[in-house]
Design a protein around this ligand. Structure first.
Ligand code: XMP
Length: 511
């Protein structure tokens, strides 16, 4: 699928920007988010079949408003402006934008007129609004295609030029026919082919990797996580035994985790996968350390040292596989946020391994697309739907110093929690669930004897992207069974608490 059709989404800073790209891809058309400041020349070079202007916090009146050249409307490429994007089209094409005295926010009844953008949807429907500025007069040659009680120009456009603006947000689920509106833009207005499927992606990517690698050697560090597992499997499908994978066991994995990875990928698929046993190295470095950030940094550094040592043994590598995915690309490209926790995964590898070129087969994919690719490659639900697991592993789920004994206790308790969640079919709706060994001890009574043991916390959250999260409402009988089993089956735990804080103000992990 070389020269694949692409719709570019120009980012004006709205909160739903990635969502627009995902919705377009869900409809079967490849899409990418680009900064609003992308030069017109670059856009022409990309030659998209359609352009979307996103919403954003700005006003077209601000001096430094995030504008683009009006020429973008003259390229003959269909354009859809959403919220701020719609106002921008009106502004650029000679219409009039005004500021209202109050903000219009939330669900609104909307009336759609007969227009290609609103084909196959009822004329009376519901949309999601969030704006203060509004289009007061449409540009010459444009018509009004939808209105609400408070917003006379809820949608407008020019059928001949194939340029449309919608004041509401078709990408959010609260807009009843939102996905159909996006599909109308893609298929009625652009006439896109709709051939962005994960089956096509796999076939193309396998061919590309094969052509690139030729008869050379490839190395991949697997973490057990979904991204590196899917990336490695794709490359393995392309070049087989030319790929070598290594799995660093830092001793901070969950129960049976390394064994499972070895059994699926080495024994099952036949991959050239070897484990590096570095448990002692990590535990020695972590001895006596309680501070969360110090623990994270020590683990990050030790990873690099392990890779350096292994790299020396392996010598020169032609290609290195990384499980980078699209949100990583977007975030490192144009996002800036405060460091709450110093994250790390296997990203330190490139700097210490001697290699010629990097292969990032998933760098264009969102997480849900990576999972679909995993299924396409025949990987099991257990691997593909695996919940996120932090690079520093159980070390940040043990409050205070990490010891072998505490790791064993936590592993057992966590395994019971996970088993019960799966048995009760709650694993699809809960984003992440795990046990935390708090450093706290308290008095209990067991078999008429006084105990003085650890308190274990259970953490389970629902989330879309881990940026925000809510605590999962696990049914009481399930919590009761988990609690009973853990205190009975795991030594040194005599009290269980359930974490009922959302993020923010808490974070998902405790450290
Ligand atoms: P927090 O605790 O910041 O976590 O709310 C958000 C998500 O990120 C995961 N997490 C990590 N992932 N390396 C990773 O690859 C890390 O160092 C790391 N720390 C936290 C966490 O499990 C949650 O899904």
């Amino acid at each position: 699928m070389e020269n694949k059709q692409i719709v570019i989404v120009l980012d004006f800073g709205g909160q739903y920007n990635q969502l627009i790209v995902r919705r377009i891809r869900d409809a079967g058309v490849y899409s990418e988010l680009l900064p609003y400041s992308t030069p017109l020349e670059k856009i022409k070079e990309i030659n998209p079949v359609g352009i979307v202007f996103t919403g954003g916090p700005n006003s077209v009146f601000q001096k430094d408003s995030l504008a683009v050249s009006a020429e973008i409307l003259e390229l003959g490429i269909p354009v859809l402006g959403i919220c701020y994007g719609a106002q921008l089209i009106a502004h650029l094409a000679g219409g009039e934008v005004k500021t209202a005295t109050t903000r219009e926010y939330g669900k609104q009844d909307i009336t759609y007129k007969d227009a290609p953008l609103f084909a196959n949807i009822p004329s009376e429907s519901v949309c999601w609004m969030s704006h203060t500025d509004y289009v007061a007069r449409v540009p010459e040659g444009y018509e009004i295609y939808a209105s609400t009680k408070t917003c006379p120009v809820a949608a407008f456009g020019n059928k001949d030029k194939k340029i449309y603006g919608v004041q509401f947000h078709p990408e959010v689920v609260h807009t009843t026919n939102g996905q159909q509106i996006l599909k109308n833009f893609l298929f009625h207005i652009i006439g896109a082919a709709g051939d962005w499927t994960m089956a096509n992606f796999v076939n193309d990517m396998v061919e590309k990797i094969r052509a690139k690698v030729g008869d050379k050697k490839v190395l991949c560090a697997m973490s057990g996580g979904v991204d590196s597992a899917v990336a490695a499997t794709l490359v393995y499908k392309a070049v087989g035994k030319q790929l070598t994978c290594m799995l660093v066991n830092h001793g901070l994995m969950r129960k049976d985790e390394c064994e499972q990875v070895l059994s699926v990928f080495r024994d099952g698929l036949g991959m050239n996968l070897f484990q590096i046993n570095a448990q002692d190295r990590f535990l020695t470095r972590l001895a006596g350390v309680s501070d969360p950030e110090t623990k994270r940094k020590i683990i990050g550094k030790e990873f690099i040292r392990v890779f350096e040592d292994e790299g020396r043994k392996i010598g020169k590598v032609n290609f290195l596989v990384q499980g980078t995915i699209y949100p990583d690309v977007i975030e490192s490209g144009f996002g800036k946020s405060a460091v709450i926790k110093s994250h790390h995964n296997v990203g330190g590898l490139p700097s210490v391994i001697d290699f010629d070129e990097i292969i990032e087969p998933l760098r264009d994919l969102f997480k849900d697309e990576v999972r679909k690719v995993g299924f396409e490659l025949g990987l099991s639900k257990e691997i593909v739907m695996r919940q996120p697991f932090p690079g520093p592993g159980l070390a940040i789920r043990i409050i205070g110093e990490v010891t072998e004994e505490k790791l064993d206790i936590l592993r057992e308790a966590d395994a019971i929690f996970r088993e019960e969640i799966a048995l009760n079919h709650l694993d699809d709706e809960i984003w992440q669930y795990f046990a935390v060994l708090t450093g706290m001890r308290s008095v209990g009574v067991m078999g008429d004897m006084r105990t003085y043991d650890y308190t274990l916390a259970l953490r389970a959250v629902t989330s879309i992207d881990a940026m925000t999260a809510d605590w999962a409402r696990i049914p009481y009988p399930v919590l009761e069974r988990i609690s009973n089993r853990i205190v009975n089956e795991v030594r040194c735990i005599n009290r269980i608490v359930y974490d009922i804080t959302s993020k923010p103000p808490a974070t998902i992990e405790w450290e």
